[in-house]
Design a protein around this ligand. Structure first.
Ligand code: ADP
Ligand code: MG
Length: 697
């Protein structure tokens, strides 16, 4: 029944059916059922005219028409009818459709009238009211609140506006039997939260008998949405844990130990050690690791990656580290080569700009097992890249890699390699568990010692000269500075012009040959980009003018000042990412957010948060509040957060409840084998294509 095509619903037909599909993506009865009202109007009460207060908004009254008059001229022409009940009278006014109304409203007729109450010349009136003939025997108002649905202009033109859609959902719900919407939640949960049944909830969310009934239905359906999503991910994870064979890294061997004891340039932080241990345990068990590692900018994820890769090498496997940009891959390659320079570990860099001959050599050494570590960009994923024995694949700065790309790694080995996904885009914990519930999760929540917090300030454009003076002082102390310009995706040309103007401007303040400036942007040839980058890394240039290509991972500890131009154009996460390029050395670092004076409240709020805290997770929480989960980097493509009713920020209580119940349920009954979870199991099985259920039967 619920999978029937929408055109078969009473009152739809092929024409309107097509329109509903095109305009609202409503293909089946179920789609219509899940097309929830945006609000309801309350026509359950009929007020007496005498009791209406001047502050009342929408009202419903019932009475008898006393007179109908056409008054006024031209634009002021209007039809006025007087409606009277036992307690008083009021005016009903029409400016449009007058002749039609005149035909349909007769003196002496009784009407139920609904509309927005207003006053004109001191007397109560409703303009363009909704009218229904009224039989006093029918008693009072409607038995339920009337739903208003999201609709479109085109639908409205075909009499399928927000209210008219209610007729369709009404006839659908009327035809629906309890067995069409069987319960899917275990009864213990229903009882615990006093939820209505699924059938009842659907009735009540569309046509609630009261506001309270609506709220209960809404809560139940939100919970259901979150609970099913959590459960699905948790089951995928369970299944992977149980069935996916992974290579076993049995031992901590010579390479790891030698490096750890002889070449490690610093002590690991407690958090780094803990995460490393989690990873080691994961990779030693014989099942495939699929782990998300979150750590704020500068928390030292690279070292964790390196040590994990050495574990692979110690166990006779190869490992790869992938970064989203060429700059970043190259930088990883240089710093890791440097760290491993006295070790017999063979390492290569593979990016799009590696020339054919060199590439051929890398590929053959890789296939022969002569290379231990491969560092690179997306190029690593290409088909000709074949490892002899890939044991661990690490993806740095995950948000630029899609899920599909992650899956390509599987094909690089007979037994899928362990996968470690590292991200510096702090995702609020609640969100991470929801979006990445199928991954195991580690977090580095501690920065290396000796870091000084970055001081962030907001300055207006007119104070630019002062800002430049400040930078000059810092450069005189031997530091370096970044100057970041926004990218506004609509026009690359304008972006580039903007950047060029910015560059000239900076140059005017810092003329050659006393100062040297590097510039890097996305349209630049990789070789030139890399050369400019290197000049800055070597401290040959004091200032780096760049677009956001600099955002991820770049590490120049001597750079201690960053100006972000047009800072209001950036989102919170991005500002935080950018700022993370400074504060990497032992010197005090500064971030200056430059803006014009015209700012939206939201932009002001973002700037305020940036100046107030350096805590990436806190910023991520705020970002979530300000923008909603749909916009959080990395979750956008996942599709996992597209809930119809639930809102991950506002409904945190239900999210937590769903998480708690998922854990509790799976602890006791991981196979959903118990009778009380049977309905749930049947429901999940009916959700075809969303989870491979073949293995859990
Ligand atoms: P991110 O997590 O942002 O990738 P990096 O791995 O680039 O951070 O590390 C940032 C900086 O901190 C690097 O210069 C790195 O050498 C240094 N670092 C990492 N771990 C430690 C540590 N335990 N003690 C001191 N410095 C560290
Ligand atoms: Mg990094």
């Amino acid at each position: 029944m619920l999978s029937s095509p929408i055109e078969f619903l009473k009152g739809v037909g092929p024409l309107r059916g097509d329109l509903l599909k095109k305009e609202l993506q409503l293909f089946t009865f179920k789609d219509l059922l899940d097309h929830f009202p945006i609000r309801h109007i309350d026509k359950t009460m009929v007020m007496t005219i005498g009791s209406i207060q001047s502050n009342q908004d929408y009202i419903q009254v019932a009475g008898i028409i006393q007179s109908v008059q056409l008054i006024g001229q031209n634009r002021a022409k209007r039809l006025v009818a007087e409606l009277k009940d036992a307690t008083g009278s009021m005016d009903l006014v029409w400016f449009q459709g007058i002749s039609w109304i005149q035909k349909n409203i007769q003196v002496g007729q009784a009407f139920l009238v609904y509309g927005k109450a207003g006053y004109f010349n001191g007397s109560l009136q409703i303009t363009h009211p909704e009218m229904e003939t009224y039989t006093p025997a029918k008693a009072g108002g409607k038995a339920f609140l009337e739903p208003i649905y999201p609709s479109t202009e085109k639908l409205k033109a075909k009499s399928l506006g927000g209210r008219q859609l209610g007729r369709l959902s009404f006839s659908l719900l009327e035809a629906l039997k309890e067995r069409d919407l069987p319960e899917n939640l275990p009864s213990a949960i229903l009882k615990e939260y006093q939820f209505p049944s699924r059938f009842e909830a659907y009735q009540q969310i569309h046509f609630p008998t009261s506001e309270t009934a609506y709220q209960k239905a809404l809560a139940r359906l939100k919970f259901e949405e979150l609970f099913i999503a959590q459960l699905r991910l948790a089951l995928i994870k369970l299944e992977r844990h149980r069935y996916s064979k992974g290579v076993v890294f049995k031992q901590v061997g010579e390479q790891f130990n030698t490096f750890y004891h002889k070449h490690l340039p610093f002590q690991l932080t407690g958090a780094q050690k803990r995460v490393l241990k989690e990873i080691r345990q994961d990779m030693g068990q014989g099942r495939q690791m699929n782990r998300l590692l979150q750590g704020d900018v500068g928390s030292g994820k690279t070292m964790v990656a390196l040590l994990s890769m050495l574990l692979a090498v110690d166990n006779g496997f190869q490992a790869s580290l992938m970064a989203p940009t060429e700059i970043l891959a190259t930088q990883h390659y240089h710093s890791i080569s440097q760290l491993l320079k006295d070790m017999p570990v063979k390492i290569a860099l593979l990016t799009g700009s590696v020339k054919t001959a060199a590439r051929r050599k890398i590929l053959s050494e890789l296939a022969a097992g002569e290379l231990d570590l491969l560092i690179g960009t997306h190029a690593v994923l290409e088909d000709p890249v074949q490892f002899k024995q890939l044991g661990l694949a690490i993806i740095d700065e995950q948000h630029r890699f899609g899920v599909a790309q992650r899956a390509r790694l599987w094909k690089k080995a007979t037994i899928p390699p362990h996968v470690l996904v590292m991200t510096a885009t702090p995702i609020p914990r609640t969100l991470a568990m929801t979006a990445y519930g199928d991954l195991d999760y580690s977090v580095i929540d501690e920065l290396p010692p000796g870091r000084q917090p970055i001081t962030t300030v907001h300055r207006y454009d007119y104070a630019r000269a002062n800002v430049m003076d400040f930078i000059r002082e810092e450069i005189q102390k031997g530091r370096q500075a970044y100057c970041i310009f926004p990218l506004i995706e609509e026009s690359e040309k304008l972006d580039l012009e903007n950047l060029m103007r910015g560059y000239e401007n900076v140059k005017a303040f810092f003329p050659e040959p006393k100062y040297w400036i590097s510039m890097v942007h996305g349209k630049m040839q990789p070789a030139l980009k890399e050369a400019n980058m290197q000049r800055f890394v070597q401290n040959d240039t004091q200032i780096m003018v760049a677009t956001t290509v600099i955002e991820v991972g770049v590490n120049v500890p001597n750079a201690s000042v960053m100006i972000i131009e047009s800072a209001e154009k950036f989102g919170l996460s991005q500002l935080h990412q950018l700022r993370g390029r400074v504060g990497r050395g032992s010197e005090k670092s500064f971030c200056i957010l430059l803006t014009g004076t015209q700012l939206t409240n939201e932009a002001r709020e973002r700037l305020k948060i940036m100046c107030a805290t350096n805590d990436g997770f806190l910023i991520a929480e705020k970002d979530l509040e300000l923008r909603g989960p749909g916009d959080i980097e990395g979750t956008r493509q996942s599709g996992l957060l597209n809930f119809k009713l639930a809102d991950l920020v506002r409904d945190k209580q239900w999210l937590d409840a769903a998480k708690y119940q998922t854990g509790k349920l799976l602890d006791i009954d991981p196979d959903l084998a118990l009778q009380e979870n049977n309905a749930l199991k049947i429901y999940l099985q009916s959700q075809k294509g969303k989870l491979a259920w073949s293995k859990i039967s």
